[in-house]
Structures are given as structure tokens and as C-alpha cells.
Design a protein around this ligand. Sequence first.
Ligand code: HEM
Length: 459
Amino acid sequence: MNAMNPVRPSVIPTAPGRVPGLGHVIPVFRDPLEFLTSLQGLGPIVKIYLGPMPLYVTTSPEAIHRMLVTDAAKFSKGRLFDNAKVVFGDSLLTASTTRHRDQRRLIQPAFHREQVVRLAGRLHQHMVSRIEGWQEGSSLDFVSEMHSLGIEAVVPTLFAAEHSAEVTAKIHHAVPVIAQGLVRRVLFPDFVLALPLRANRTFVAAADELRDAFGDIVGAHHAGHDADGDLISTLNSAVGPGSGVRLSDSQVRDQAVSILLAASETVATTMSWLFHELARHPEIRERFYAEVDEVLGGSPCGYADFPKLVYVEQVLRETLRLHTPNWILTRSATVAVDFDGVLLPEGAEVLYSLSALHRDPALYPDPQVFDPDRWGPDREIPSRTAYIPFGSGAHKCIGDSFAWAEMMIGACTIASRWRLDHTPGTRVGQSRKLATLQPTGLHLRPTAITRHRRESRPA
Ligand code: HEM
């Protein structure tokens, strides 16, 4: 801080509606995203209270960029990740500064472009069998379907070793339980998380289950099922920079668990919203399906097709804007940080919401409207700091290209075979209790695409 021009933390405005003793607990628990979105425009940093606990929310693209990129070295990962070490262990998701940099160097080769191109082929093959198994006219519980599809495609694609049905069952069971518990880890005070409550015990048990399952997968690699170039073999053969030491089995397991959790919720959530929006907007769906048909003509979607799928990409981008999966993320200031005259105190626990950023009317006109043409070639694209569904800086999503490949291939594979409409009576809401913003009550009815074409042809 400049002694001639002292700037005090008090210049950070407190969000309106603070109740003595409770702080902002009521709006936070009633609708946390609406509350966080309402803070946009109050200032680049806004203070809120959960009971007596102060939390700071960075709202503007500039403040978020400073925290994630320019002054990233002054922040650790914060509450979400510190309180979830029981699941993520010491891994890319929880590490900061040099530990993080060293781990990222070890893992990065598994996500290089050539590797993703290679994996994309496997993804299609694993998706097709599940998608082809859908029944005409049935009602799919679509979020859970996308979860299962994601796990069934990602686990063999990224972690390649053969594994038993028991391991698969453990993964399917544990992932949603952990996803459900993560938000409590951010919003509940530490003493509540330490109580022997059922929710806390269930969370820890699911963490153990998932770590067990991945212990088995790592073991299977040692037993000779190592597949060339998959993530676990990359980690098994990686040598620590400087140290020359290989990762232990438990370190490999922690990285794999973290990557699976980072990969599965986010993609399943995005795919669910995508097909909800397509079902809600028949004119967008027609354009989307027409492009898939024109580009692929019934052939499997591969990496080389992506540049031709221009409208599909626009629709996905818009889905990631309006329904950004990571709606709440955290950092912790390890020293005081000067945000252009506003001083964030040392030790400040910071929240930021990519969803709130992407719904800011100052950045996106009519932000609640689903409009893929925002991303059209003739439109002005928002600045790079205003659209960051994969984060930014040193912690930017390591799996972003893999995620694009998975979503492009998944979306096109589904759209080549099925039209999906809301099952009559479906009422879609938005869950506020999960680490990713998922639709609730989303039931979709598949109709085989050949029949759709015949029906939709003009008489
Ligand atoms: C729609 C899909 C996805 C979205 C929107 C997404 C979003 C994000 C975001 C916002 C971050 C930064 C978190 C932070 O800074 O605190 C992140 C980090 C991460 N993501 Fe993703 N992600 C997606 C899919 C994936 C996939 C498919 C994988 C792996 C296969 C993955 C692995 C990771 C990992 C390991 C990190 C931590 C990176 C680091 O700290 O160095 N994600 N992701």
C-alpha cells in the first residue's frame, strides 16, 4: 500500500440486505446465483457475510482477470478446494504456485492436441453404444443419462485400463454424491463441515469410494494393462521436474480422481442444457441438425469435422455462456492485493461466479436470452476477459480441448440419430445445490431421426 495515499478495505462495498448475526445467509441459500448476479455492477469487489464470516466477491472482468492472471501468484485456490482435499488430495485442483506449476507440467502431455485428436476417435466409439440403446418414445432422465454417458465415455478413453463392473459402479455412485457436497464445502462454515452430520459422512464415504475405485484402476495398469498414451500411463511414466522422482501410486490416483471429477459434471451439465435449449427453440434445432446432416451426412463426427461445424460451435458457446457449469469458484489472498486503489486484505476468502459474469447485462445485451447468433461471424465478440467458461491464467482448464471434443462429438452423435423433445409435463428448473448449475426435472423423449426427417418434410 502507498503510505502517501492509504486505501482502506472499507472502500469495498458491502452487499445490501445484511441482517445482524446472519449476514447474507438468507439470499445466499434462497438463490445463490441470483444473489451473486445481483452484485454485478455494485463494484469490482463486493463484500458479503455468511453469519460473521466475511467473503469477498470479485465481479468485473478486470477484477477477475487480475485475480486469475495478473496477480495470480498472490492467491491460493481457496475454500472450495481447501475443504475438498478429502476428495482431491494433493492434486492439480488443490495445488497453488510452484507445486501447481510442477504438477501441471507433468500432466500437460496427456492433453496435447495430438493426444486429444487421438482420444476423440475413442470417444465416439464409447458413446455410440449407449446412444443407440435409447428407446423411441421413452422418457430419458436426461441429466442422469448425460452423467452415465460421460463416465462411460471418459473413463475408458482417458484411463484406458480394463476395470471391473464393481469399479464402474463405485464411480457412478460416488461422483454425483461428491458433486452434491462440494457447494456446502464453500458456503458452510468450517465447524459445520467438521460435525458428524449425515451429509458430511456421506461426502467422505463417497470420496473414499472413488479413491478406492481409482486405486484399483492404477493397480490394473501395474498388472500389465497399461495402455499407450492414456492419462494413467502418462502419469506413471512422468518424472518430477528437477527432482527426477516418479509419482507415487497415491499421487497418480489423486490426479486421476481430480481429473475425472473436473471432467464429468461440467460436460454432463453442458450437454443437458444444450439439448434442453434445442428442444425449447425448434428454429435453432433445425439449423443445428441441418448443419450436422450437411457436414457429416451420417458419418461419425471426428476432430477434422470441427471447423466445418460452425453453427454447432456457436450453439455450444452460447450454452456455455448462459449455463456456465462452474457457477461458484474460490481463491484466497495470501497477501494484501491492490485492485486499482481498492485493497483486498491478506487472508481474504474470495468467491467469483463465471455464471454471473456471463449474465452481466453490461457485457451481454439481453443476457437471459439464449441466442447463438451472438457468436456469429458478423457480431462483435465480447472481450476475452468477459467470456471465460474454462477459466483463465495458470489454472485455466487443462481439459478444455478434450471437453470441446467430447461435447462436439457427443452433440453430433446424438443429433445424427435422435431428435429430443421435452416429455409432456416436463418442468425444467435449475439446481442451486450442486457444484455445477444443472437443470432439474429434465425429461426428453427421443424420436429416431429418420422418422423426424420424413415428418418434417413439407407435404
Ligand atoms: C464444459 C466442460 C468444462 C468446463 C466448463 C470446465 C471449466 C473449468 C474451469 C472454469 C476451471 C478453472 C478452475 C479454477 O480456476 O479454479 C477448470 C479447471 C480444470 N479442469 Fe475443467 N472444465 C471442463 C471440462 C474439463 C475436462 C473434460 C477435464 C479433463 C478431462 C477438465 C479438467 C480440469 C482440471 C484438471 C482443472 C484444474 C486445472 C489447473 O488448476 O491447472 N475439465 N475447468
